[in-house]
Design a protein. Sequence first.
Length: 92
Amino acid sequence: MDELQFDEWLKGKFGYAEKSARDIRSRVKRAKYLVDVSAKLSDEEVIFKLSQHPEFKDFSVSVKSQLKRGVKLYREYARESSKEYKTNEGSD
């Protein structure tokens, strides 16, 4: 994950403050230790796998929600970045 680009995307697309963007990035990193957030699955399937991880059950309701939201945002960022890359690649 290009952390700075992800932060910039969060701030630009959603208007998050610097600290909020860093917090989301931190949650994504935490989720990556539990599941493959880049898996070729639907967002719902990745979130389901995350929620089934034994460690996930120990987190507070707030942290669980933040982890799920972070994964969704990261996957949206990855999809948009991939589309942008393909568009730019074809313009050479």
